[in-house]
Write a protein of this length. Structure first.
Lengths: 238, 536
């Protein structure tokens, strides 16, 4: 008999070492996430995968699955919290979906639609975040950064180039380019690096490819992110 | 040769102690009188700094609030013989400040020259280490377990259990790390130990190292304590030269050394896993827990992270036995607690009380007249209202890391809460979404209330944000960020209601003013280009 935990009443089998999020995803249950990526160790910063276990809320991506756990995920309370977190991310950065090249391919936008968020609730912060167009192939539009740190991790751990880093703290935290000049052109990043292709939102864009796929025919225009994430999981494990 | 004590503690230096010491030396020379100036630690009577003491046959006679320009008149009245002067305090031991307390952690603090090893040993220093070495490491851990000693950083985790876990976790190396990132608003007791009795902390570290089988200890000190770094750094060198630190501690086969590391000014680094990250040279961001530092700490090795006060107390436990320690305090909270008392009271300073002391007793001791509230345990702590002054300072009732800020009748508790919220927004490390953005939203909401735009809807929004911060934040900083507002709203509601000028929702800005630019651009300024109250 294999080990299993209960997710919103459904039994989810898992193998030793798997997290709640990974096991749930494999078994066909979607738990929203932004900073998690199966290629990297859990980060636990976006908090969208928050679930309730024994009355305490934890990040599903960083919680090892244990036999007999009772996990709540799609409750009204937790879904509300996820909506609030997404709303906060829209409040923090400068997200102008209608004119964003990533619209339709953006995980933040797709999750907002999936969670049925219709309008922001807070006064937006409108931070000043100049773009970096110095690189011949890659444009950096920091306005959309959600601090998932996937580019930092990919560049450091996979590309072994350490192109990106964080500066500042709290609400003044910002993504920086690891070069004396702080300009992307002065790094050895390449458009085929993982770091250049991992951004879930629209910070790291490839030049000369704008709107190659028309709006309406993009990834999340056809199917919600929850369905696509589970389909991807099924493919990974088939 | 008359001994004159002038503190080198930062609190005294801030009040001109260095100038006082220089003036005394100069005046004595001019008058041909022989004095030996000892730079002692502070005795904790911070409202009397610089507190100068003179050794006389009748004991140490103190003079308070001494400035350099008082020195000549002190000599004139014969203070070297302990003669009366308008600044006379008498013997510190006879002062009500001293009599109301139970000073064991501060046994030597302010009395000895902090950098004199012979002073240290003459007042019980080294006994704990000698007794620990006479035991096996496991017995030393058991003694601490028996004492009931709990972490003084506020969380109150049993020190014996922590040490045992570190000792029992298989590893090639283990570490002792001292959390000296005393960053909570209104705390300054750890600083006083490190400046006034640094050997006590180092002795505690050696005992901890021996108990958990670690040969290296780090002290993570906040950058805002430069004077502490000087004194403590020197103390480490002295103990190395004396053979207390090094490959053979006090001639034993146990090797232990201590290194001082300075932080970069982030409050979050008081959280033990963020502290370890910072110690490893990374951004000060709390780790995902579990695993906890006791099994995966500094460089992934089992690490005992202890507070300064905890280790100073561990020295006492080792010296006098765990059993003796349990006779002080309450059954669940054994021993004493250092309280950094500040705010609206006559005698702010660093006090030491047995656990179980009531707020009323502490307030009476520090001369707080008609206090309205106490912020207990710093910004992340709890706000204690007048009707709760019968509660006790203890882990089972009102736990604390040591900050005790007194607010008098004239204080606006809304402003107090708003200030703490600004603190959290400033100190959030920015790692997780709820804390990074939530603390700023909370700050802005409090700002909106302060500006007179508040409505009951905003209070509901604050409650909502608070729930999110508590439920989803990555660490205690975010979880506690809304505490001051919630406590304020619950206990001092009139101060918040006074800001509720509107019953209905109000935007945070003036709608009409927002149209100003549009009016300018269109060249219109007629009545219809304005939004009035009824047409808004």
């Amino acid at each position: 008999m294999s080990k299993a935990f209960l997710l919103d009443g459904a039994s989810v089998p898992f193998e030793d070492g798997e997290t709640v999020l990974a096991a749930a995803r494999k078994a066909g249950h979607f738990i929203p996430h932004l900073c998690w990526d199966e290629r990297f160790p859990p980060h636990g910063s976006c908090k969208l995968c928050v679930v309730k276990i024994d009355g305490r809320q934890v990040s599903a991506c960083a919680t090892p699955a244990r036999d007999g756990l009772v996990v709540q995920s799609a409750t009204e309370e937790i879904m509300d919290e996820r909506r609030e977190l997404i709303t906060m991310l829209f409040t923090e950065g400068n997200h102008f979906c209608p004119c964003c090249e990533k619209s339709g391919n953006c995980q933040l936008q797709a999750l907002a639609y999936d969670l049925e968020i219709l309008a922001p609730r807070h006064n937006r912060f409108f931070p000043e975040r100049p773009v970096d167009a110095s690189h011949p192939d890659i444009l950096l539009d920091f306005n959309r950064c959600i601090f998932c740190e996937l580019c930092i991790r990919a560049s450091r751990d996979v590309d072994k180039k350490n192109v990106f880093a964080l500066g500042g703290r709290g609400i003044n935290k910002h993504l920086v380019v690891n070069a004396e000049t702080e300009r992307l052109v002065d790094t050895n990043i390449d458009k085929d690096d993982l770091a250049a292709n991992i951004c879930p939102v629209g910070v790291i864009l490839h030049k000369r490819h704008g709107f190659a796929v028309p709006i309406g025919e993009r990834i999340y225009d056809k199917e919600p992110i929850s369905a696509l994430d589970l389909a991807a999981a099924a493919e990974e494990h088939s | 040769m008359t001994k004159v004590f002038v503190p080198l503690d930062m609190a005294a230096k801030a009040m001109g102690a260095d100038k006082v010491a220089a003036a005394i030396a100069k005046e004595a020379q001019a008058r041909g009188q022989s004095v030996q100036i000892v730079r002692n630690g502070s005795r904790g009577l911070l409202w009397l700094e610089s507190l100068v003491e003179v050794e006389t046959p009748q004991g140490r006679i103190a003079y308070g609030n001494v400035t350099a320009k008082d020195v000549a008149s002190l000599f004139d009245s014969g203070f070297l013989g302990g003669a009366p002067h308008k600044l006379s305090v008498g013997k510190v031991e006879d002062h009500p400040f001293w009599k109301r307390q139970h000073r064991v952690t501060f046994k030597r603090c302010g009395i000895t020259d902090p950098l004199s090893l012979s002073d240290y040993e003459s007042l019980g220093g080294g006994v704990g280490l000698a007794k620990a070495f006479a035991m096996s490491p496991a017995e030393a851990v058991a003694e601490v377990t028996k004492s009931g000693l709990r972490g003084r950083g506020g969380a109150g985790f049993p020190t014996g259990i922590k040490w045992k876990t570190v000792a029992d976790t298989p590893a090639d190396r283990r570490y002792v790390v001292v959390n000296a990132d005393e960053g909570d608003s209104g705390t300054f007791a750890d600083r006083m130990i490190m400046e006034g009795d640094p050997f006590a902390l180092i002795e505690g570290m050696i005992i901890a190292g021996y108990a958990v089988n670690a040969s290296k200890g780090y002290v993570y000190l906040r950058s805002e304590y430069p004077q502490t770094a000087v004194v403590f750094g020197r103390a480490i060198e002295i103990l190395r030269e004396a053979g207390w630190l090094g490959p053979k501690v006090r001639g034993s086969n146990f090797a232990f050394d201590v290194e001082l590391r300075i932080g970069a000014g982030a409050y979050v680094c008081g959280e033990e896993t963020a502290l370890i990250e910072s110690l490893e040279g990374k951004r000060g961001v709390p780790r995902i827990r579990p695993p906890f530092p006791v099994t995966h700490g500094y460089l992934g090795r089992p690490t005992s992270v202890n507070n300064v006060e905890t280790l100073a107390l561990a020295t006492l436990v080792a010296a006098h036995g765990g059993e003796t320690f349990t006779k002080i305090g309450t059954p669940q909270s054994t021993g004493t607690k250092l309280l950094s008392i500040s705010g609206d009271c006559a005698e702010p300073g660093v006090y030491e009380f047995p656990f179980g002391v009531t707020f009323a007793e502490v307030l009476a001791a520090c001369g707080a007249e008609r206090p309205k509230a106490v912020q207990h345990g710093g910004a992340a702590g709890i706000t204690i209202a007048e009707r709760e002054f019968g509660r006790r300072v203890a882990f089972e009732d009102a736990p604390t890391a040591g900050a005790f800020m007194v607010f008098g009748q004239g204080r606006d508790m809304f402003e107090v809460a708003r200030n703490f919220v600004r603190f959290f927004a400033h100190e959030s490390c920015g790692f997780c979404t709820p804390c990074r953005i939530g603390t700023t939203l909370l700050r802005d909401l409090m700002q909106k209330l302060e500006a007179g735009h508040g409505s009951p809807l905003d209070l509901a929004e604050i409650e909502r944000l608070n729930h999110l911060l508590q439920a989803t934040s990555h660490c205690g900083l975010g979880q506690a960020a809304a505490n001051p507002v919630l406590d304020g709203m619950r206990k001092f509601r009139p101060a918040f209601d006074a800001r509720m000028l509107h019953k209905e929702f109000q935007p945070a800005f003036s709608l009409d003013a927002a149209l100003g630019r549009a009016r300018q651009m269109t060249g219109r300024d007629d009545a219809l280009a304005h939004l009035t109250e009824d047409r808004a």
